[in-house]
Design a protein around this ligand. Sequence first.
Ligand code: 2RA
Length: 338
Amino acid sequence: KSYNVAVAGVTGAVGQEMLKILEERNFPVKQLKPLASQRSVGKIVTFRGEKIPVEILSTESFQGMDFALFSAGASISKEFAPLAGQEGCIVIDNSSAFRQDPDVPLIIPEVNPGAIVDFRKKNIIANPNCTTIVTIVPLKPLHDYGRIKRVVASSYQAASGAGAKAMQELEDQVKEYAFGREMVAGVFPYQIAFNLIPQVDVFLDNFYSKEEMKMVWETRKIMGEPDLQITATCVRVPVLRAHSVSVNIETEKKITRDKAIELLSAFPGVTVQDDPANRVYPMPWLVSGKDNCYVGRIREDISCPNGLTLWSVGDQIRKGAALNAIQIAELLIEKKLV
Ligand code: 2RA
């Protein structure tokens, strides 16, 4: 069987990667419908060697579609995803619009595949925030073994999380610096080249940024642990496309470094890269373009008897967004839910 697939936000960094991944994984696409806003009218995308004109996203766009992959921002998702769902098209939404909706499953296929069966109420499945994905994939096998009580996460987020324009801004600033010109900021509030910005998304009343609270809310929902103690600090770094997270956990049962390596090595979606003596550890430069979350710097926390620290790196555009969305569609097919 093959499926009609619409991609909303097809001209963005994630939309473009979605097309690439659909092709690479040989996803059974019957018809591809590339959708974008008025601004992209006249643009052409290439899919399996075929040139397809981009259509303007409208209320009519989803008739006859089996899947709609949305990556066009939360307001577009809020406006169009429920309509698409009502048309019988299954929406996999990469925005934050529905992640906390109790009628919408929030899925990482390696972590909570069972929760996907609840998608029928709205025909919408939410794709988690990229930083949450890179953090939680390695935590799942550790939680299953030792039960995590507390998580402290600090992220090092690539420019790609803010979109294709943000990646361009970083590249431009590096060139501006090299030519001794003034660096111009636009997407980011400050220069990102040769800098760190300890703000991702807006600040909330509790002085956390929204990105940090997304880590809290989404981790609890995906892990099915509404009372999990978790705190995060999210930082934008001058890296193009892979997010890194330093994660410290405290578990009920002690997890040794060796046990953690054994559990993580056996878990799908994780590659362990941990050989400190030979300077082997994951870095965003090498993880860019890869599918798995790469985990290293695994060590028992000397400040806490059942503490463990690790470093997880994942390609933000792939596992953090486009790949996870397509894996959700594959999971629906595998479970014969579509
Ligand atoms: C970021 N997590 O990195 C956001 C994007 N989804 O900016």
